[in-house]
Design a protein around this ligand. Sequence first.
Ligand SMILES: *Cc1c(COP(=O)(O)O)cnc(C)c1O
Length: 388
Amino acid sequence: MSKLQELDNKYVANTYARFPVEIVSGKGSIAKDTDGKEYIDMGSGIGVTSFGIADDIWKQAVLDQLDKVQHMSNLYYTEPCVKLAELLCEKTGMKKVFFSNSGGEANECAIKVARKYAAEKKGPEYYTILTLWNSFHGRTLTTLAATGQDHYHELFQPLTPGFVHATANDLVSVQKLVEAHKVAGILIECIQGEGGVNPLTAEFIQGVDAICHEKDIVFMVDEVQTGNGRTGKLYSYMNFGVNPDVVTTAKGIGGGLPLGACLMGEKVEHVLGHGDHGSTFGGNPVACAGAVSIINRLDDAFLAEVQRKGKILFGALEEAPGIETVTGMGMMCGVKPVKPATDVVKKCIEKGVLCLTAKDKVRLLPALNMPEEVLVKAVNIIKEACAE
Ligand SMILES: *Cc1c(COP(=O)(O)O)cnc(C)c1O
């Protein structure tokens, strides 16, 4: 074990089962380790570095802002967060944005919005939040309660009360819970990321949208992983013609700096008032300046390229030897290998490709601007690792 790995073991909380790879630098989709070995980065920091490592345009936006002011309290106005909020609202039709620093916090905000809306409109007993089994919404005690995976819950009881879970792609199970509980809001991921890159069906997503609008339930979509161009649309719900009241995002929006956002639509735009919510770092000007540069580049032509490269990715992996299924959309891809996913990931590391896992899948979230030839090279290595 290297010195760095020894020190990490000694001093850093032991919450991550790390692979023995020490990344020191990189450019675009290529990451370099301490020995100078190069890897094609098919994980982009779990879908965070949307335009790759040390992207020049993003870096310039961040550096320009660093020269002006790196942080100011939310007692005063700063331009980057206003610009970013305007851009997000213009591109989505949402009305207001609350900025935080992570996906978990973006979902905390959404849950508060749904509860306050329902409490004021229908009464304080309407506090239940419905989510799906196998979902992932974060690690705070409230977003863990939202997360429909028991193994995350066991040792942290009691979690925030008031959460129920329906079965993904089973509208009847949603309807039953909506009848049995006083539901404030429903929160879904259109593709369950951590849960194994499991897409919800269009019928189910549209059905949930209809139930929410019929019963005046706040419809919330967690776009922390699926958002910001990942599926070939700006946000994944846009693939399904639905109208969420709340959209949360994080990961790829910041391009590598911590940033979360909770977008609020017309129905709930006035729910949060002074003092209802806050975050010291939320809307940080450096993170927001970088995010403006990211969101600005996600135009229709760029998103069409994401769709095109997604087709190359899926086309190459589907029905390849050693691969059982390929799920996902755009440049969000879950590969179920015949052998254990971590074995494939380890083989890929040896061969110079960094991949993620999600449950029993190898999960691929490459930078959205990964050049086609680099993508093809990485996919061939992944195929080899699955087939061997
Ligand atoms: C990663 C993720 C989160 C949590 O985001 P953090 O930034 O780690 O708090 C929430 N929801 C989804 C769908 C995610 O993929």
